[in-house]
Design a protein around this ligand. Sequence first.
Ligand code: G6P
Length: 482
Amino acid sequence: MSQDAEIQIPDTDYDFVVVANRLPVDRITNEDGSPGWRRSPGGLVTALAPIMAASTGAWVGWHGATDEVLEDFDKDEIHMVPVPLSEEDLQLYYEGFSNSTLWPLYHDVIVPPEYHRTWWENYRKVNRRFADAVLRVAARGATVWVHDYQLQLVPKMLREARPDLRIGFFNHIPFPPASLFSQLPWRRQILEGLAGADLVGFQRETDAANFVRGLRRYTNYSVKGHEATPDASHSVQNVCRAAAHPISIDTADVAELSKDPQIQERARQIREGLGNPKTVMLGVDRLDYTKGIRHRLKAYGEILADKQLKAGEVCLIQVASPSRENVDRYIQLRNQVELMVGQITGQHDTLSHTTVRYLHHSYPMREMIAMYLAADVLLVTSLRDGMNLVAKEYVAAHQDGKGVLVLSEFTGAADQLTQAVLVNPHDIDGMKQRIVDAANMSPQEQSRRMRRMFRHLEEHDVMRWSNKFLEELAAIKSRVKA
Ligand code: G6P
């Protein structure tokens, strides 16, 4: 460490540091039996990998196992900095404050958020640990990009310790209106934590506006448009800007895979395995109460009962990937969903046809693309969703102009995929009608809508998202108050 006035700056080259709850790698066992790491699939790492390779990039995040301290390691030109979490941290910071307080509060209180002081204390402690890991690796003047609701206190912690850093934050989930956010006993600390960043990015303009309104109401920042300036009493003196930067996918990669003959053959096999029904519908979600899976199943079950679509002619593939399996609300949801699936299939299946193929697994990307290709209709019926990248992947896989996207109005994606069949998942009758219309849509109409959405995603991909965010961040650095 070199001494820079009172600021400690490590002697490293890492000039671009990403901080997220998880490292972008999964543990594997190599062929020789030795342990290793594989880059995890996902848009964020795809978008950032080239930027990290072009600069000297480090990624700070949890490696996925508890009570295990790992040394830093390098993988695919990224310096990985594992942050340890204990079993207690997992319960209080991750399952507790992140996923039983913030997650439901930020998703329209679909289930009631729980407020516990012990969770909050641990969230602060773990955020400090992530910030310290950044401080250990970030070179002088480095750009640090912090991601998501698990780490909202990190920007201010970094700013206090290192005014030389350029700090960005991106919130992948919605930011709630003041009427809901006001419930949070620690609302001021969260807002001030975020405002330590030079730029706070959100999925939608509404989210950015909610954040700015929160700052105005609950802090003594002075707010002008989308910029907030602290008064002299604050320990940090940066101007914070809020902006909408809707995230996207690697469109070219998905489109390329969709042309792979092996994947196309796999799509044919999938349909065949279902008995070649006239219409294959698909839902792909983490098994989460925000996704509206129960609303979707209710509508679908009634469509079958009303014989608007007929068993034998339609099948719904529902992929529900396991998620947060120790959190009570997720356990309850799994039970409810599995009961509903059992009721629908018990009532409508025949010996030769199933009406719902329910899959509680996650799948590799190639298999997902095969399912997208096999599906005539994708059902995205979230009650609230920051963006929903499944909707974008489905469109990117359908350069052929086939298929219909049924999309909830309550997703960030609905702002951009305006040619989708938009639904309000709370309106079961309305949604039923639109699902039936989607199943009966003419090929010409399908193609007209799909091609327009595809063109949008060709231009607005995840590389553009990260470039635009980082350009805006670079441009506002010069306005940090002296
Ligand atoms: C959402 C969040 C991410 C999170 C992911 C999976 O997309 O925005 O931050 O990583 O869900 O959830 P998990 O709890 O498994 O990390």
